[in-house]
Design a protein around this ligand. Structure first.
Ligand SMILES: NC(=O)c1ccc[n+]([C@@H]2O[C@H](COP(=O)([O-])OP(=O)(O)OC[C@H]3O[C@@H](n4cnc5c(N)ncnc54)[C@H](O)[C@@H]3O)[C@@H](O)[C@H]2O)c1
Length: 358
């Protein structure tokens, strides 16, 4: 098991800011990228946290990630908008997409936004959080254009990406519901994190290069590559398929249909539906039924091994509270990868290390 650093969230922000400036990003981009990555770590999703930076730097140096890009409108009929993310930082493109969709949903009651060609949109729940903060519901179907990494149900090799799905629902007077997951059993970055920590995966998550079940995460990181499996067997596969068709073919105009092209960039397509629950349902009935249901499911007696029933969004809030208090865990291998990547950007790794307090 690799040594673990516990880095104060503000110090981690300072270190990451310095690194992101190395892309030549304008100040707003530096802030959006830094905050989004640190929030991924704070919410427990280390697979989508600061450890993504080396991958972003590889993509940037190859020309597949374009700093300081912004959304461009392709089609606009008021409540349906089609955007191009121009391979810009997903943290900026996702933010701008949601700002536009939220403004339209406030004006018209609903809006469907199709986003093509964004670089990695990272934690999709971050976009649902923007909608629920404005008392709006959002639903996101996302595809991933990168090396195929997930096998179809019944298939023996990788054919598509980890295609995430997210729904945010504001709950009056309570914390929102934030459902946000990859349609693979685990997100791809979780194989990288496990490999960096020298840990094995639980059974049932991966197949090796021969299509056989394996618990070694190396098959998700270095050749010969295997594949992740979809969650929920054929049901998760069905959901991944729908994410590819709506987030990719429809919104992104780009779906997976070939083997890896060797490029380091990760593009996402995302179909987002944003709507105002107050314009669709009687507010008091919705609130009463929703809170009644949440109370009912949460009062189920815990099974062995569980302390209580949690609902979507709750584990992330628990992680955030714990990590704000105790620091963000970053394993030594991931940290060294970040320092090596800093050098590639011309950023002084000692300065990054110092800002992090290490
Ligand atoms: N941009 C991309 O290309 C891409 C691709 C794949 C995944 N992702 C992101 O990776 C992140 C991690 O995905 P994941 O599939 O590993 O997430 P995960 O398996 O940790 O599942 C997270 C979801 O399950 C809920 N949850 C977790 N534990 C729970 C419990 N005990 N009881 C009830 N609900 C619980 C969480 O609140 C959350 O909604 C997500 O933010 C996702 O958007 C992004």
């Amino acid at each position: 098991m690799a040594h673990m650093h516990y880095i104060n969230a503000d110090r981690l922000r300072d270190a990451v800011r310095l690194l992101v400036r190395g892309f030549g990003s304008e100040p707003r981009e530096v802030e959006l990228v830094t905050e989004n990555l640190v929030q991924a770590n704070l919410t427990g999703h280390d697979s989508h946290g600061v450890g993504m930076l080396p991958r972003y730097i590889d993509a940037f140096l190859e020309g597949g990630l374009l700093p300081n890009a912004h959304i461009v409108t392709r089609m606009d009929s008021g409540t349906m908008v089609s955007l191009d993310g121009q391979a810009g930082f997903g943290q900026v493109i996702g933010h701008e997409t949601m700002e536009l969709g939220i403004a339209r949903a406030k004006e018209h009651g609903s809006c469907i936004v199709a986003l093509a060609n964004s670089h990695h949109l990272c934690r999709i729940g971050a976009w649902a959080e923007m909608a629920v903060a404005q008392n709006l519901i959002s639903v996101h179907f996302v595809n991933v254009i990168s090396r195929p990494i997930v096998a179809p149900w019944g298939g023996g090799d990788a054919r598509f990406g980890t295609n995430p799905f997210s729904v945010g629902i504001p709950v009056p007077g309570q914390e929102p519901i934030l459902l946000d997951f990859a349609t693979s059993v685990i997100a791809q970055g979780k194989a990288r994190v496990a490999h960096n920590k020298r840990e094995k995966l639980p059974p049932g998550q991966m197949i090796d290069h021969l299509g056989q079940p394996t618990i070694d995460p190396v098959y998700g990181v270095h050749p010969p590559l295997g594949a992740l499996r979809t969650f929920g067997e054929h049901k998760g596969f069905g959901m991944a398929l729908v994410c590819e068709l709506l987030g990719g073919a429809l919104a992104g105009g780009m779906a997976a249909h070939g083997p890896a092209d060797g490029k380091r960039r990760v593009l996402n397509g995302m179909l987002t539906m944003i709507f105002d629950p107050a314009k669709l349902a009687d507010g008091s009935v919705f609130e009463q039924e929703m809170t009644g249901f949440l109370e009912w499911v949460k009062s189920s007696p815990p099974q062995t091994g569980f302390d209580h029933v949690r609902v979507a969004g709750e584990p992330e809030r628990e992680y955030r509270a714990k990590r704000l208090a105790e620091g963000v865990p970053v394993d030594e291998n991931t940290w060294q990868e970040m320092l090596t990547a800093a050098r590639l950007l011309g950023v002084d790794p000692d300065a990054v290390q110092k800002l992090a307090g290490l």
